[in-house]
Design a protein around this ligand. Structure first.
Ligand SMILES: [Fe+2]
Length: 292
């Protein structure tokens, strides 16, 4: 598996506090079946003032230390890029980082505030030739009431990354609900750990994979943790990746598409005197199906 979102670098954000924790996390990743991770520390002005060049040198240093210790984990550069008005020029000047210098870039909006014109920011990133990856939409408190925005961004070409712990319930009921809903509706491209340590928010991609597999099957679960991440690592076009399948929404759409014909049958049932079977099969059957 490949994890494209984690806070493995020591001492530069709220992730690994020191090198010991980084090493423990790295070993946990390997034990979990992960072969490569993108180091994606926060870049958030005023709180985590990290920069692209500094992250690059820290990733190179940690990779050397892991290699020296015989820990077989490939590191990629990256960042948990928080939304800023200058997002695109900040990527272009190297202040913000894409994933492994690919066209794919993590974008993290504020958790509790839906900032104005967020859609325009994402569209601007797309127009500039990047593929924005919206990080953990299921954990954004404003998703409730704004799910249409998630769908619109998805339709525009924004990739969606949900968190392994959301599917296992580690973040509570609401993130789990939205994560499962997004999976069911075929709106998820990537599953990542967003790991910060080895206890509270540990490397748990295998657990997330199992939870996803129970929901959408093993083939799609593998796409979430390997096939699509590999497309990112290879910097291939999004069209090279298998599209997320619509699971329940297809059933719902198929169900809805049957309603007009059921309604027509019902109508015929009413207008055909004495045709009790048409009435029960039509209106009553239709009503029953509505509540089944
Ligand atoms: Fe993160």
């Amino acid at each position: 598996m490949i994890d494209l979102h984690c806070h493995l670098l020591p001492g530069i954000d709220d992730g690994a506090t020191d090198l010991d924790v980084s090493f423990s996390m790295a070993r946990a990743f390997v034990d979990d079946g992960v072969v490569a991770v993108a180091c994606t520390p926060h870049i958030l002005p005023g709180i985590y003032p990290n920069t692209g060049p500094d992250i690059r040198s820290r990733v190179a240093a940690l990779q050397q230390q892991l290699d020296d210790a015989g820990i077989a984990l490939q590191l990629l550069t990256g960042a948990d890029n928080h939304v800023v008005p200058t997002f695109v020029p900040d990527i272009q000047r190297g202040h913000l980082l894409t994933l492994g210098d690919s066209r794919y870039v993590l974008v993290e909006p504020p958790h509790h505030v839906l900032v104005p014109k967020l859609d325009e920011l994402f569209f601007g990133i797309l127009v500039a030739g990047y593929v924005p990856i919206l990080t953990h939409p299921e954990r954004l408190s404003w998703i409730k009431g704004n799910f249409h925005l998630i769908r619109r961004l998805f339709d525009a070409g924004v990739w969606m990354q949900i968190t392994a712990g959301s599917l296992t319930g580690a973040f509570g009921g609401s993130p789990r609900y939205w994560a499962e809903k997004m999976l069911d509706e075929g709106l998820v491209h990537l599953l990542a750990t967003d790991a910060h340590d080895v206890k509270r928010r540990p490397p748990n991609l295998a657990e997330g994979y199992e939870a996803a597999a129970a929901r959408v099957g093993r083939d799609e679960a593998l796409h979430l943790v390997y096939t699509r991440p590999l497309v990112v690592v290879r910097n291939e076009a999004p069209t090279a990746a298998p599209p997320p399948p619509k699971v329940q929404i297809e059933k719902q759409d198929a169900y809805r598409s049957k309603q007009p014909s059921s309604a027509r049958q019902s109508h015929r049932g009413f207008t055909g005197p004495g045709d009790g079977s048409a009435v029960s099969g039509g209106i009553l059957g239709g009503l029953r199906r509505l509540f089944e």
